[in-house]
Design a protein around this ligand. Structure first.
Ligand code: GTP
Length: 231
């Protein structure tokens, strides 16, 4: 039922409750009323309660669920299903308040422009979807996958130190290159890993992981590079 129909139903329900309430008021308005609370007050309280419950079930709750779904969509990349850059940065800032042991892996598909040029944009989109699916299969349940833009992804790894993140990145690298992809063949990616130093901003942390990624590209791609602590 859409929101408009729910509002109509709530209004109809309100009319029914009000009519029943009026009937109740007339019936209660008797000389031999046994309770201390005046009958009119009791009836009005009852009507108010019933209307409040009906309004909550039919209008407020669905409206809240609807706006939550819209918010989720606004933070999601529609091609890959990963969270988008904004959603990822939001989450990053959030977990920095919750725990100190965190690592980040930046991932960039190698020579993606060639894949587009050789096989077309639609095939390139297929590769992006497949890369996201393979990364997701490799993730642990608390990890978060983000698409940071273009052919760049990121993994947030809670409760993971640099060595643990290196292992995860290595597993992801293997998962991408192990099986050739339909149309595009073997696809590889480069990885930059950085552990949060406990005080730097999300942007600075991401920048360190990005620098490590560029280093992996510079050294020949299809490899994992680590960022040392911030100096
Ligand atoms: N199919 C497709 N292509 C995209 C999308 N977003 C960005 N691109 C393309 O991704 C390509 C990125 O190319 P580059 O930044 O040169 O990187 P690269 O070719 O992967 O080279 P290296 O990163 O140096 O290995 C560009 O050709 C963009 O047009 C998308 O959503 N779908």
């Amino acid at each position: 039922m859409n929101l408009r129909a729910r509002i109509d139903l709530a209004v109809a329900l309100a009319a029914v409750v009000a009519s029943v309430g009026l009937g109740l008021l007339t019936w209660m308005d008797r000389e031999d009323w046994p309770l201390h609370l005046p009958p009119r007050v009791l009836a009005l309280l009852l009507i108010f309660l019933l209307l409040d419950r009906a309004l909550h079930r039919l209008v407020r709750r669905p409206a809240r669920e609807h706006s939550q779904a819209l918010r989720r969509l606004a933070l999601q990349d529609s091609l890959t299903g990963a969270v988008n850059r904004r959603g990822f940065m939001d989450r990053l800032a959030q977990v920095q308040h919750q725990q100190a042991l965190l690592s980040l892996v930046m991932i960039d598909i190698d020579h993606f422009k060639c894949i587009n040029d050789r096989h077309g944009h639609a095939a390139g989109d297929g590769v992006l979807r497949e890369v996201a699916a393979r990364l997701r299969r490799q993730m642990r349940c608390a990890d978060l996958l983000g698409r940071m833009g273009g052919e760049e992804f990121a993994l947030l790894l809670p409760a993971t130190d640099l060595a643990g993140a290196q292992t995860q990145a290595e597993l992801a690298r293997q998962a991408l290159r192990r099986e050739p992809m339909a149309i595009a063949g073997t696809v590889t990616a480069s990885f930059g890993v950085a552990q949060w130093d406990g005080s730097e901003s999300a942007a600075d942390w991401l920048h360190r992981a990005d620098l490590a990624l560029y280093e992996a590209k510079r050294r020949g791609r299809d490899q994992v590079s680590l960022s040392g602590a911030r100096t």
